[in-house]
Design a protein around this ligand. Sequence first.
Ligand code: AGP
Length: 605
Amino acid sequence: MCGIVGYLGKNGAEKVILEGLKRLEYRGYDSSGIAMHSGSELKIAKFKGRLANLSDYLTENPGNSPVAIGHTRWATHGEPSDANSHPHFNTTKTIAVVHNGIIENYHSLKNELSEKGYTFSSETDTETIPHLIDSFYEGDLLSAVVKTVPLLRGSFAIAVVCADKKEIVAARKESPMVIGVGDNNDFFVASDVLAVLSYTKKFYYPENNDIIRITENGVEFFDASGSPVTRELKTVELSADAATKCGYDHFMLKEIYEQPDSCANTVSRYCSGDEIQLDFGSIKNMAAYDTIYIVACGTAYHAGLVGKLALEKYVKIPTTVDIASEFRYYAPFVNEKSLVILISQSGETADTLATLRNAKAAGATVLSITNVAGSTIARESDDVINTAAGPEIAVASTKAFTSQITALFLLAIYLGKQLGNISDEEYSFLMSELHLIPEKIREVLADMSSVKAAAKRIKKCNQLFYIGRGLDRVIAMEGALKLKEISYIYTEAFPAGEMKHGPIALIEPGTPAIALVTQESAAEKTISNIKELKARGAYVIAIANTSLEELRKTVDFVIEVPDAEGILAAIPAIIPCQSLAYYTSIYKGNDVDKPRNLAKSVTVE
Ligand code: AGP
C-alpha cells in the first residue's frame, strides 16, 4: 500500500517528509520520492528502491523548503522504476502529485489528454492527475483540483503542490488520509497518523470526496462541488512511541510482547469491572437477526473463525465465516435480518470495505471490529468495536489477532447475557477467565527457549504442516499463515482428521509437523492422527495444554501452554506459533517486519 506525506510550515519540509515516509515503510513499498517548493519552482527527486536512496539525495542536496509532499510507492500500474515513482508532474513541472489508490479509468483519461497534446513519461495511472489539473489550472490550484476530482474513477488519496503558491491541496476517495495540525502553525497530510505522530496528535479525518486546502493561514475543507464544509479536529490517544520499536529488534517482536497489555486494554476499553459496556447504536435486539455473517481477510478471517465458536455457543444464532474477496461476490441471502460482522486491523482492506457496502445495500446491519479509529471501515459501519491494541506496524499480524479474539469473546458473552443464555454465575466465571489471559500470555512469553529450538530445527525445511481439530484447527491455520508469510517456508494447515484423506501422502521421513492440542475433547483423536504422521517418519512438535504425558511419549517435543476457557485457549496457544514464525524468519535472515511481496494493508483488490 502506498504512503503519502505532506508538510507546510517552518520546520523544514524535507526532514519532516523523510521521517514521515520512514514511519510508513511498514506498509510495503518499492520506490519513493519528494516534491519540494523551492522559490518559484518545484524540485522533484524520486528513486526506485529503498528509502535510503531518497535520504542520500536529501543529504547531498540539503534544503529548508516550506512546502513539500512525499510518497512511498507499492507498484500497481507499471514496474518499480525511477520514472514510475511518485511524485508525478505536469509537462512544465509546475504541478506535482502524490497518490495512494488506483485510477480505474486512467486509460480513457490518458487517451483524452494525449489527444490534447499531453505526453506521458511513466506507465502509471497516477500521471493522468497532474496533467488533468494542468488542463484546468488558471492560477487557482483548488479550483483546478475541484474540476479534476469528479473525472477520476476508483480510489485516491492525493496531495498536490504547485510552483506558484506555498499551499497543498489534497483530496480523498476510499483511500485513507489524515490532516495533522501542529503547534507552530504547521500542517501535515498523511496516509495515517503514525507518519507524523511525533509532531502532532491533532488530526482531521477527511470524509470521502473531501477536498482540502492547506496554507499558512490554516486548513479549509470543501465538498466535491467546492463548497466549504467543516470537519472536527480530534486528538488521538497514541504515544509517539507507538511508531518506534522501543528497543526491540523488530516491530513484530515488540507487538508479540505487547499482547498482555493489548488484550487487557481491549477489555478495559469496554468493561467497567465485570460490566461489559458495548453501547451499540444500531444493534438493538438480536431477535431482529436470523444469521450472523463474519467476513474478513487473512488473520482477521482466522479471528472470525474463532469468534464463530463463541457466538454460536452464547448467542445461539447460526454464524458463518467467509473470506471477503469471495463473500463480496456471492452472498445471496444477506438482507435486513442479517448481522454482518467485519473484522479488519487496518480498517482499509479493499475487499472487506466492498463487503461492507454490499451488505449495507442489501439492508444488513454492519458491525466492524477494527484497530484503527477513523478508518474507512470504522466510519462506514453502523457500529464499531475498536480493539485497543495500538498501532500494529509489522506486516504479520499478532496483537491485533489476540485483541480481535478478546473483542469477539466480549461481544459473545455481552449478547448472550442480554439474551438470557448465560447465568450470572457463568458470566462471572467467564469474565474471571478473561481477566486471567494477560498473565497467561506473560507465562508463555517468559520462556522462548523451546520455540527458538524448534525454529532452528525447521528453518531449513521447505514444507511444514500444522494440524488440529476444532478450535485447534483454527489456531493451526493462523500459525501456518504466520510461518509462511515471514519465513517463506511453504506451510499448510489441515484438520487433523483430514490428513488421511490425501495430505498424508506428502509426509516423508523428517517432514516437520506441528500439532495443536488444547481441546481435551479432541485430544485423543488428534494424538491418533499424530501417530499416523509419526509412523511415516514425520518430526512432530506439539503445542499443548492437555494430555501432556501421552504427548511426551508420542511427539518429538512439546511446547506447553496454559489452558484457558473456551475460545480464549486460542490466545496462549497462538503465542508460540507467532514466535516460531518470528525466530524462523530471523534465522533465515528475512526482513521480518516487511516480508517480500506483502503490504500491511491491502487497499487494492
Ligand atoms: C496477517 O499476518 C496478514 N498481514 C494479512 O493476512 C492480514 O491479516 C489481512 O491482509 C487482513 O488485513 P486487515 O485485518 O487490515 O483487514
